[in-house]
Design a protein around this ligand. Structure first.
Ligand SMILES: NC(=O)c1ccc[n+]([C@@H]2O[C@H](COP(=O)([O-])OP(=O)(O)OC[C@H]3O[C@@H](n4cnc5c(N)ncnc54)[C@H](OP(=O)(O)O)[C@@H]3O)[C@@H](O)[C@H]2O)c1
Length: 249
């Protein structure tokens, strides 16, 4: 088997690469930092192809597909993504548009192109890394939460289409809460409590992907949050979300 992972130089994506390599699955890893990708490749006991791309650029999304479409990819993991903290009027528009391009456009383009290939061979797995941020609106990280809603809903809808089709292709959305990675530094957020380790989240993601779970919720807390918030009104959720988010500044 062979997996393509975007954003494998750090955090959840890197841990997923390590887990899949231990299972003997060859890899294509794609991110901006060529040096870090080579460092990771040297540690892994499988064949690793490196593609340097900035996936916030549409042309690089298509280039990644062109460079991998004949590689017999069985697994696509759309993991690369970032967030930005602050009142919406203060976060630079350029940062938000870049986030939309990476978190939504790149995920959409790669999902679509590989889904078509996987449908043609009636086989394959797609794992889209969404977030618990996809469950609700996120004051003080408004764009990030909205991008993850897109990823979650897009993935859920395709999951249902595949079920109705009786397809062997599987698609899942991984929805972790706070995970300790490089995410916080780029998003400019601080947490007063510790998060889940990216190794645990990566393992939950890979296991859930192979089971074909539609939404993967790593850890009991995330499962309880997912169910619990369905009992809150939209207005209560917004207030609770603002209060929780404001502590991250
Ligand atoms: N950490 C959390 O609390 C948390 C919670 C829920 C969901 N998530 C999601 O999990 C995913 C992985 O995040 P993480 O927490 O592991 O963060 P991370 O440690 O910052 O890793 C982000 C990865 O994305 C890559 N990347 C960033 N911008 C890119 C671009 N323009 N083009 C290509 N690759 C790019 C980075 O590689 P390069 O720098 O080498 O390009 C890096 O490998 C994201 O989608 C994030 O939204 C994170």
């Amino acid at each position: 088997m062979k997996a393509l992972i975007t954003g494998a130089t750090s955090g959840i994506g890197r841990d997923m690469a390590v887990i899949l390599a231990k299972q003997g699955i060859d890899l294509v890893i794609a991110s901006r930092d060529t040096k870090k990708m080579h460092q990771l490749a040297r540690r892994l006991p499988v064949n690793v192809k490196i593609v340097t791309v900035d996936l916030s650029k549409e042309a690089d999304c298509y280039r990644l597909y062109e460079e991998t479409k004949n590689e017999n990819i069985d697994i696509l993991i759309n993991n690369a993504g970032f967030g930005a903290f602050g009142p919406t009027w203060e976060v630079p528009l350029e940062t938000e548009l870049n986030m939309i391009d990476l978190n939504i456009r790149a995920v959409h383009i790669l999902t679509k192109l590989f889904l078509q290939d996987f449908m043609a061979k009636d086989n394959g797995y797609i794992l889209n890394v969404a977030s618990s941020a996809g469950f609700l609106a996120g004051p003080l990280m408004s764009t990030y939460y909205a991008t993850k809603s897109y990823v979650l809903r897009f993935t859920e809808a395709i999951h249902e289409e595949l079920l109705r089709e009786g397809s062997n292709v599987k698609i899942s959305a991984l929805c972790p809460g706070y995970v300790e990675t490089g995410f916080d530094k780029r998003a400019n957020v601080k947490h007063s409590i510790g998060g889940v380790s990216s190794k645990k989240v990566a393992k939950a993601g890979i296991d859930g992907m192979f089971r074909g779970d539609v939404v993967i919720l790593p850890g009991i807390l995330m499962k309880l949050t997912y169910v619990g918030e369905k009992f809150l009104t939209e207005s209560l959720m917004l207030k609770a979300a603002y209060t929780a988010q404001s502590k991250k500044g």
